[in-house]
Design a protein. Structure first.
Length: 146
């Protein structure tokens, strides 16, 4: 899931992954590659969390204290309010693969457009364009900011 650059609560992902592993443990066979099988369980867990985030955003559930680190980060960095930050998370997780990777690497991790472009093998200006598209989509999803 970390390779996919989703904004997930790491603790929730760990717990959900354990649940997914336990639920599917009887399906594990000797012919399965354990790493691949575990990765599939983590993918299932991440998908559940992404859908839960989308559901909370659709229902306009306000983020409450204590805030998860990912929510606190978006509130502080982009000035979103607790009332609309869940919509920003859902929008970030719904970005195209390229936009999500650029947003994660350039915004969350703080890599410059040129640096990430070099790492990804694309032009820095293209990275900038994808980043601006991602920010526009988050802003559109959130609406007003405080």
């Amino acid at each position: 899931m970390t390779k996919r650059c989703y904004l997930l609560d790491v603790t929730q992902l760990a717990y959900q992954s354990i649940e997914a592993v336990l639920a599917a443990a009887d399906d594990l066979r000797p012919e399965h590659e354990l790493d691949e099988w575990l990765e599939q369980r983590i993918e299932v867990a991440g998908g559940i969390l992404i859908e839960e985030d989308a559901d909370l955003a659709r229902r306009n559930v306000v983020a409450e204290e204590p805030l998860e680190p990912r929510l606190q980060f978006l509130i502080e960095a982009l000035r979103f309010s607790p009332a609309n930050v869940r919509r920003a998370v859902a929008a970030a997780n719904d970005l195209s693969n390229a936009e999500r990777h650029v947003f994660f690497h350039c915004f969350v991790l703080g890599n410059g457009f040129g640096r990430y472009g070099e790492q990804a093998g694309v032009d820095g200006e293209h990275v900038r364009t994808l980043f601006l598209q991602a920010i526009d989509k988050l802003s559109d999803a959130v609406g007003d900011t405080e």
